[in-house]
Ligand binder design. Structure first.
Ligand SMILES: Nc1ncnc2c1ncn2[C@@H]1O[C@H](COP(=O)(O)OP(=O)(O)O)[C@@H](O)[C@H]1O
Ligand SMILES: [Mg+2]
Length: 266
């Protein structure tokens, strides 16, 4: 397989993964360019989270090939694998923080594991990252003392603490009210641009997709149903894609979100 890791963070060709006997992603062929935001969409259970885990080489390989940051993800072992993982930030739904540790202590963990920096420099770095996500006031708080939006920002700070090239995020706006979700989107895109990160975001929040996506990869039953720029996805006549983008905004999330946006713009 020909690769161009300077241009693409992910290059997959007929890539297949699954659990046990079951294949979940059957045939994934896609390229994700550096510096972009790609939204992975599709119905519940279609394999979106599996796709993110598979880019880290965490799902048993069934066929084809995937290069992530130039590495063949299914051949990485030991030290090489650990170095590879340090180049990627993962933003977990619940922030991925340990509840009994303060935000400062939580953020120290990856820095201690992957760098030889002194404690003083580590603390300075953490303050710097927390300032970037507007969270310096929460440095000594426990995750349980943070609001939903603050927790996501702390999770994002954790994901970018090692200055990764690529950040993966699984449904970042889940559980947030529309205004907080929009703030988080803005923050992620701003820092992505400032820090030169590439973002891959699993989401089905239409408002969020419209705000952040450069590119859409839509999955269906483990196959790629659409792969292209957002504006093409919005105009697609492919029934699955059309239904996804035409779906009436649910009164909860997307509905109030767009209303709020319109009100905010007046
Ligand atoms: N660790 C696992 N072991 C076995 N099956 C799993 C595991 N994780 C997910 N699956 C199955 O893989 C399918 C895709 O799951 P997932 O990637 O979580 O979907 P999505 O994120 O699109 O909702 C589902 O049928 C799910 O039950
Ligand atoms: Mg999922």
């Amino acid at each position: 397989m020909q690769t161009n890791p300077e241009k693409y963070v992910v290059e997959a060709e007929h890539f297949a993964v699954g659990y046990g006997e079951r294949t979940i992603l059957h045939d994934i062929t896609t390229k994700i360019a550096r510096g972009t935001v790609t939204c992975i969409c599709g119905g519940s259970g279609c394999g979106k989270s599996t796709f993110l885990r598979a880019t880290l080489g965490l799902v048993p390989h069934k066929g084809g090939e995937a290069r992530v940051l130039g590495e063949n993800v299914n051949e990485l072992e030991g030290d090489k694998r650990s170095k590879f993982l340090a180049r990627i930030g993962f933003m977990y739904q619940n922030g991925g923080l340990i509840n009994s540790l303060t935000i400062l202590e939580n953020l120290k963990i990856p820095l201690k594991a992957h760098t030889n920096l002194s404690d003083k420099v580590i603390v300075e770095l953490i303050y710097h990252k927390l300032a970037q996500v507007q969270l310096t006031h929460a440095v000594h708080l426990l995750p349980g003392e943070l609001s939903g939006g603050m927790l996501k920002r702390a999770g994002f700070a954790r994901a970018i603490i090692l200055e990764p090239e690529l950040v993966l995020s699984d449904e970042p706006s889940a559980g947030l009210d529309p205004v907080t979700a929009a703030d988080l989107d803005d923050l992620m895109v701003r820092l992505k641009n400032e820090l030169g990160i590439t973002l891959i975001v699993v989401t089905h929040d239409l408002d969020s997709i419209r705000r952040i996506a450069d590119r859409i990869v839509m999955l269906d039953k483990g196959y790629v149903k659409f792969d292209g720029p957002l504006n093409e996805a919005l105009q697609s006549s492919e029934p699955l894609v059309k239904n996804f983008f035409d779906r009436a905004p649910s009164l909860g999330h997307a509905g109030i979100g767009s209303l709020w946006e319109k009100l905010g713009k007046q």
